[in-house]
Design a protein around this ligand. Structure first.
Ligand SMILES: [Ca+2]
Ligand SMILES: [Ca+2]
Length: 417
């Protein structure tokens, strides 16, 4: 998932917005809205029973207005919520007390009833035929930073410089002792030995793991759980997402972070490749995530640490290369360097859009590569978090192969008259 370098119109808009950022509670601002009472959501034409006959093509997306802006959400008769804009690029929104304490406890109980398992690092166990290396300065050798990044990309492990040097030493890779690995030096190590040792090293040094957490994936498709159904409706209303093309993921991911638990920064969705099916629409392993938005529900308070972190949020000069070379994905060690850190609080929702809207069609557009996100280490106590993804199908069915009879015959070798 190599993030592409791009500047979108949203970055330009964001720059303009910073000029009047940090508005105090603008509850009376003209942009505040009340959720319409019935059915009007995003339907263009309804039948007599209120069933939608015609949906607009545009994918709804809230306007953050400016960092610090508060929007009033009157989405339930008895309750008013306030949505605060935390970042414009990417657009990140926060709603305190979005869930009640009882609702949080209910989701935790669902996870406990199902049973939590250690989160698995699937990238490390998937077979590889060769290692892809990142020789950023094209000098034909890997310095320790380039090797660190190569290991992240190949095995989803997060070593620091001293760890990389330890690996060299144990595997006797750096034969001339210059802290650089040439192609010849790399070729001396078999892939399986290299991989096995790195994974062994990471097991011995859990801080190098991409995440340390336990999780339960709760099937929510067609769930009869009334508490969850109510939360789901609240989310869709808050985001004004009631379009038929929108569906929440079939699973709610509930994560538990114990002391020292963390999750390094990653992007939740994938670039749009129209001919590759969306994972929520296929059973095939060959698929891509089509997660338009992410909803993080904080289910507990945390005594210390455990912030939700966005390393490059609101970063005017973001470049994927700087993110990698600066080791900012490693939230276990460099949490404080993240541009935006959100303190966990029971009941809080943190929401962001993983994709831009497409300027041409109003549909889901390119991935927003500033949405790098993760969880800083819990330094005291424990933390419970739920994640729900809002999916929009961006898969285009390929044209069917023409039947043999339909193939137009061309005269390649016309007979002379
Ligand atoms: Ca190099
Ligand atoms: Ca060397």
């Amino acid at each position: 998932m190599a993030p592409s370098q791009r500047l979108s119109v949203f970055c330009v808009v964001a720059l303009g917005c910073f000029a009047y950022a940090c508005l105090a509670k603008e509850h009376d601002h003209a942009d505040m809205y009340k959720e319409p009472a019935k059915g009007e959501g995003h339907c263009l034409k309804e039948d007599a029973d209120g069933k939608c006959l015609e949906e607009p093509e545009e994918v709804p997306r809230l306007d953050g207005i400016a960092v610090g802006f508060y929007r009033t959400l009157a989405i339930e008769a008895e309750e008013t919520h306030f949505m605060k804009t935390l970042s414009m690029a990417p657009l990140i929104l926060e709603i305190d007390d979005f869930l009640t304490s009882k609702e949080c406890d209910h989701l935790i109980k669902m996870a406990k009833d199902q049973g939590l398992e250690d989160t698995i690092n699937s990238a490390a166990t998937s077979p590889k035929e060769r290692i892809h290396v990142s020789d950023f300065n094209s000098d034909g050798q890997l310095d320790t930073n380039e090797m660190r990044i190569s290991l992240e990309d190949n095995f989803d492990v997060y070593l620091c410089e001293e760890d990389v040097l330890n690996v060299y030493k144990e595997l006797r890779m750096d034969t001339n002792g210059d802290n650089l690995i040439s192609k010849a030096e790399l070729d001396e190590v078999t892939l399986s030995n290299f991989r096995d040792f790195v994974l062994h090293y990471v097991n011995e040094h859990p801080v190098c793991q991409p995440r340390r957490s336990k999780e339960a994936k709760i099937a929510i498709n067609g769930t009869k759980d009334g508490v969850f159904a109510k939360i789901e409706q609240r989310i869709l209303r808050a985001l004004r997402l009631r379009n038929a093309a929108v569906e929440t993921d079939s699973e709610l991911l509930v994560m538990k972070f114990e002391q020292e638990g963390h999750e390094n920064a990653h992007i939740d969705s994938a670039p749009i490749l129209e001919r590759l099916p969306c994972c929520h629409k296929t059973d095939s392993e060959v698929c891509r995530d089509c997660r338009y938005a992410t909803v993080q529900l904080h289910l507990s308070n945390v005594e210390e640490g455990g912030e939700a972190a966005f390393p490059v949020a609101n970063n005017d000069t973001y470049s994927p290369k700087d993110l990698r070379l600066g080791n900012k994905r490693n939230l276990r060690k460099f949490c404080e360097e993240s541009n935006l850190r959100v303190t966990p609080k029971k009941g809080k929702a943190v929401i962001w859009y993983n994709h831009f809207p497409s300027g041409d069609t109003g549909e889901v557009g390119e991935i927003d590569d500033r949405t790098w996100n993760g969880q800083c280490a819990v330094t005291k106590g424990e933390k419970w978090l739920a994640k729900l993804w809002i999916n929009i199908n961006t898969y285009v069915e390929p044209e069917p192969e023409p039947e043999e009879d339909d193939v137009e015959e061309t005269e390649e070798d016309p007979k002379p008259e």
